[in-house]
Design a protein around this ligand. Structure first.
Ligand code: NOJ
Length: 604
């Protein structure tokens, strides 16, 4: 076990030493074979993006009206969170009809218009697929309720008799991800208690039985429905949960390191090892237990891969799979399965240079093994927005939302780090996912009162967890308009914090140094320099540093200062882009000082 130390202090290094690339972590290529390999994909959460009809809930025409904003950002694709018919008990992740648009969001014609408008601007569109569970309002569940135990209609879901006298105990001890038991008991038509059904999430989201051929056939058909309409791919919800272990065994629920995590040897790529830290980039983000990551799920994705192959063009599947270690997650992106998987190990790594180097190296190691691109992501609709997460006293902590009574994030520090984290991410080869509003630097809303909260996780934990509403607040488009320009009436389905006036798109547009302009510049430079399909090599000078992450990708050096002191770069380094102010006036100061919590992109 060896730890690489710089031979000289970095601030004594010459320019050449500074930019000398060391260990190659990932080899680049001249171009990406398929569009998704290096794409920047922007997540639209339709209910909170833009409201065209004024009911306070965002909709598809609202998204279409903002395609200009998305084009000017320079993204390659959109991912639309669910807009299907749904009673909205989990904000649309409870689907009642997989082939129709919920009237809240518009119509199929509105969808076609959005798709055509995006394609006309060169923006691809990925839609969400929710195969683990349906809504309890889905016709199949209605049929199951009306049918007898043991009937074909019940076989599409996971119905079981209860345990103990009278079957009064749930069939096993599994808990819902949202809190409380993962089983709900039916009341039969004669008023007597009946069978139980499984729901890993809310009781209105019954799990499907993926061993059932009709379930398999139905979803292959749903894929074809949207592929025929012209979508470019699917984000697959709970991709690691479809198949449960045979016999649905009890599970003691202890979160343990995933089997196979860390082999106890030094990381050969970085030489960077901290005692007790996992070598594989795991952060504890992987879901454990007999309901997740069963081998049977891979058969489903092999079948779907073939369905996509029937179509022209490069269509893709991206797995939402909270699976660790990364080598285990890579099984979802083997050449005949999905194309990408979200990198939640990266998202859940704290503000720690050594931990970031470990997770980056482990990500490339695992994905290069199977020939899949890595993905990078810092925020989405399920986690505290990264400007707020990184402003917490311990940025490695991952709360399920933040209450007004909790210790509050440091907004200024969080935003500075978030911008630095974003530049660190966007400089790396692979595909990157952005969550709507992060281009504005939006913080989490941490002061939502209980009476406006809507996340089932808040209710199922009886208010113990704030849940995810704080990252789902309607976007501010115009500082001086009612509802910050979210829609024509000022109505918003969740209240917006007063601070959104400072973050509104119109006050950042064209303003040098704004977060919006930083994102635009980063995406333009990333494209111009071919960083998405480049390679990554650590810079030797900082290979063992506790405070700096530095790498080369093609002709660009990326250096992130996570420490508290400025990093001084020698004269002769040209700053292409920086996440915060750096002194670059060489006539006054031949050195470049990269302040704390700042990332720079250098020509070197
Ligand atoms: C993951 C989705 O991202 C989340 O929002 C949803 O609540 C669960 N899956 C259940 O569908």
């Amino acid at each position: 076990m060896t730890t690489t130390q710089p031979t000289r202090r970095p601030d004594d290094a010459t320019r050449d030493e500074l930019v000398a690339a060391g260990a190659v972590v990932h080899a680049g290529s001249d171009s990406a074979r398929e569009w998704w390999r290096d794409a920047v994909i922007y997540q639209v959460y339709p209910r909170s993006f833009a409201d065209a009809d004024g009911d306070g809930i965002g909709d598809l025409p609202g998204v279409t009206s903002k395609l200009g904003h998305l084009a000017s950002l320079g993204i390659d694709a959109l991912w639309l969170s669910p807009f299907y018919r749904s009673p909205q008990r989990d904000a649309g992740y409870d689907v009642a009809d997989y082939r129709d648009v919920d009237p809240l969001f518009g119509t199929l014609d509105d969808f076609d218009e959005l798709l055509a408008g995006a394609h006309a601007r060169g923006i691809r569109v990925i839609v969400d697929l929710v195969p683990n569970h349906t809504s309890d309002q889905h016709v199949w569940f209605a049929e199951a309720l009306a049918a007898a135990p043991g009937s074909p209609a019940r076989a599409r879901y996971v119905f079981r008799d209860g345990r103990g006298p009278g079957g009064d105990e749930p069939p096993n001890n599994w808990q819902s991800i949202f809190g409380g038991p993962a089983w709900t008991r039916l009341t039969d038509p004669d008023g007597t208690p009946g069978q139980w059904y499984l729901h890993l999430f809310d009781s209105t989201q019954p799990d499907l039985d993926w061993t059932h051929p009709e379930v398999r056939a139905e979803f292959a058909d749903v894929l074809r429905f949207w592929l025929d309409r012209g979508v470019d791919g699917f984000r697959v919800d709970v991709a690691h949960g479809l198949v449960k272990a045979d016999g649905l065994p009890d599970w003691d629920g202890h979160v343990e390191m995933v089997a196979g995590a860390g082999d106890g040897t030094a990381d050969e790529t970085t030489g960077d090892v901290e005692p007790g830290a996992p070598e594989d980039g795991s952060t504890g983000a992987g879901n454990q237990g007999p309901m997740f990551d069963q081998d049977g799920v891979h058969e489903v994705y092999r079948e779907w891969h073939q369905v996509l192959d029937e179509c022209d063009g490069d269509r893709c599947l991206v797995a939402e799979a909270w699976v660790e270690p990364l080598s285990r997650l890579a099984r979802y992106v083997r050449p005949d399965e999905m194309h990408q998987a979200f990198n939640f190990s990266f998202l859940t790594t704290g503000w720690d240079a050594a931990a970031l180097r470990r997770v980056v190296a482990a990500s490339y190691r695992a994905n290069d093994e199977v020939g899949a691109p890595t993905t990078w992501v810092l925020s989405n609709h399920d986690v505290v927005r990264h400007p707020s997460r990184l402003g917490l006293a311990d940025p490695g902590v991952r709360p399920n939302g933040v209450f007004a009574t909790d210790p509050q994030p440091d907004e200024e520090l969080g935003l500075r780090r978030a911008r630095a984290a974003t530049l660190l991410m966007l400089g790396m080869p692979g595909s990157a996912y952005l969550y709507q509003g992060e281009e504005l630097g939006l913080p989490e809303h941490t002061a939502l009162p209980a009476e406006v909260r809507q996340d089932p996780a808040f209710f199922r934990t009886e208010g113990a967890e704030a849940g995810r509403d704080g990252c789902r607040v309607p976007l501010p488009w115009a500082a001086d308009a009612p509802g910050y320009g979210f829609g024509p009436t000022g109505e918003t389905w969740l209240p917006q914090p007063a601070s959104f006036a400072r973050y509104a798109a119109d006050v950042q547009d064209g303003v040098a140094g704004s977060t919006l302009e930083l994102y635009r510049a980063a995406l333009a430079t990333r494209r111009a320099e071919g960083l998405g399909h480049g390679g990554l090599a650590w810079l030797d000078a900082w290979a063992g540093s506790a405070d700096v992450v530095a790498y080369r990708n093609r002709d660009v050096v990326v250096l992130a200062n996570l420490g508290t002191e400025p990093v001084v770069l020698p004269a002769g380094t040209e700053v292409l882009l920086s996440s915060g102010p750096v002194a670059t006036d060489r006539s006054a100061d031949p050195q470049v000082r990269v302040p704390a919590d700042t990332t720079v992109w250098l020509r070197a």
